[in-house]
Design a protein around this ligand. Sequence first.
Ligand SMILES: Nc1ncnc2c1ncn2[C@@H]1O[C@H](COP(=O)(O)OP(=O)(O)OP(=O)(O)O)[C@@H](O)[C@H]1O
Length: 255
Amino acid sequence: MTDSVLHFDRVAIELGGRQILSPVELTVKRGEFVCVIGPSGCGKTTLLRAAAGFVTPSGGSVRRKGAPITGPSREVAFVFQDYGRALLPWRTVQANVSLALEAANVPAAERPARIAHVLRTVGLQAHAQKFPAQLSGGMQQRVQIARCLAQRPDVMLMDEPFGALDAMTRETLQDELARLVREEGLTVMFVTHDLEEALYLGDRVIALRSNPTPELPSLAALIDVPLPQPRDQLSTKEHPEFLRLRRELYHYLGH
Ligand SMILES: Nc1ncnc2c1ncn2[C@@H]1O[C@H](COP(=O)(O)OP(=O)(O)OP(=O)(O)O)[C@@H](O)[C@H]1O
């Protein structure tokens, strides 16, 4: 179990008197990229929020490196879809990234080098002094990702991070994230509506279904994605295995 970063141990969640997630059993290993897909309202964000310690399961528990999660932790970073609200508009790019270091009580003398490093990692070193409103949506999302990287988290939880971006920017950011994950050895749980995005990025994809019952539980499918790395927007998406998995997931999602 040493390489288990997150373990969902029969996690069930009720909200507003309604069963959102029936018991989910899942282990996310170190360095793994797990994508979560499913129809709107099936509980994808809720599952991620439980891993972040924002929501307490009504049954079971989420464990990080073996210990139950009882609340938010700096070792778990959360990337929101809405980068506009995640960034402070009155702080520059570097000051937004600095927030993570300030929260972690990193000594002021160490901050500039760490900020410069993560901004280089996401290709924003030339924009450190700009304010969020001076950047495109894709660049603002990179700032949010840089801020999470500055935390040096154990795990990155990403909730439809590219959902608000145009198709071309989304593909660019997918490739940048995939590279970052490889280079930094990140562990990622990534929620998306987009089947192709899930298969393109994931080592594994889990599909959730809405309105779970004991016969048809939340976890509809858990599939391995054995496509070669690094992936490529054209050849990966034309790979026969990609097309086969896409068809399989499409079926699981009840189309
Ligand atoms: N705090 C809450 N109280 C009551 N119900 C809630 C609460 N938060 C979420 N829900 C409900 O739980 C269900 C699952 O929500 P969740 O946001 O996890 O779904 P999702 O799969 O991420 O949806 P989407 O793809 O639309 O973002 C929805 O029906 C939602 O209305």
